[in-house]
Design a protein. Structure first.
Length: 252
């Protein structure tokens, strides 16, 4: 591995009850890469993120994150899951939610220290949410909540940020601001983002991989109609409207 390697997957296979979820996956992510992963539902995108996190162990192949087994590097990985399950009426503040990201630093059953609160304030400042630190998180807009969850992922000062469908519940204007935030963050860490939004991520990310059990990846953000059709198993094309292209399915 080189000094810039963040993630390496070599010939990785994962199956559930004998059915392949990931098949012979080879992927490399280097320092400051911003990689978007697209593909259909059930194609293995969330499974891939969990393999990188060390939450799923492949039946075959090798995975290294920051030069170690994924579970040993987990404290240096920030993760924003697809759905954040919480009671919107529960009276927890934004700063409390973000400070929870310091759990690994505080240790089991130990109270958070002043340094943990300072780290949470710094993370909120980075995502433009420090003014909302005392607000109840359930009263925030979808975009504000997503920024708070990113701050929670950043509070441990990760070298790798994983995002699973982070813009699914926010409007298009908020999405643009969100992607601009990620463009700033990639100067400090590598980012892997799973998304269904082919058009938007093709504008904002550096590299794109297509995943549907098998991975189609050429180390760039170029996605050809042939790659899209192999991934989605039906004809797909991109039509540009202004600066952001949109996905459409041709008749098939």
């Amino acid at each position: 591995m080189s000094s810039t390697d963040i993630v390496r997957l070599e010939n990785v296979w994962v199956s559930y009850n004998g059915t392949p979820a990931l098949e012979d996956i080879n992927l490399g992510v280097d320092e400051h890469d911003f990689l978007g992963i697209i593909g259909p539902n059930g194609g293995g995108k969330s499974t891939l993120l969990k393999v990188i996190l060390g939450l799923i162990r492949p039946q075959r192949g090798m995975v290294t994150v920051l030069g170690n087994r994924p579970e040993r590097s987990r404290s240096r990985i920030g993760y924003v899951p697809q759905y954040s399950n919480y009671d919107h009426n529960f009276p927890v503040s934004v700063i409390e939610v973000v400070t929870m990201g310091r759990y690994g630093n505080a240790g089991l059953l130990k109270p958070y220290a002043r340094i943990d609160k300072q780290a949470a304030e710094k993370a909120l400042g980075r995502v433009g949410m420090l003014d909302h630190a005392g607000a109840q998180i359930g009263r925030l807009s979808g975009g504000q909540q997503q920024r708070a969850f990113i701050a929670r992922a950043l509070v441990s000062e990760p070298r790798l940020l994983l995002l699973d469908e982070p813009t699914a519940s926010v409007d298009s204007a908020t999405q643009t601001n969100f992607y601009e935030l990620l463009a700033k963050l990639k100067k400090e860490m590598a980012i892997i983002m799973v998304s269904h939004d082919i058009g938007a991520i093709s504008v904002f990310v550096d590299k794109i991989a297509c995943l549907n059990v098998q991975l189609y990846y050429h180390g760039s953000r170029e996605i050809t109609p042939e790659i899209l059709e192999a991934t989605y198993k039906c004809p797909v094309q991109l039509i540009a409207h202004g600066e952001v292209p949109h996905r459409v399915l041709r008749e098939h």
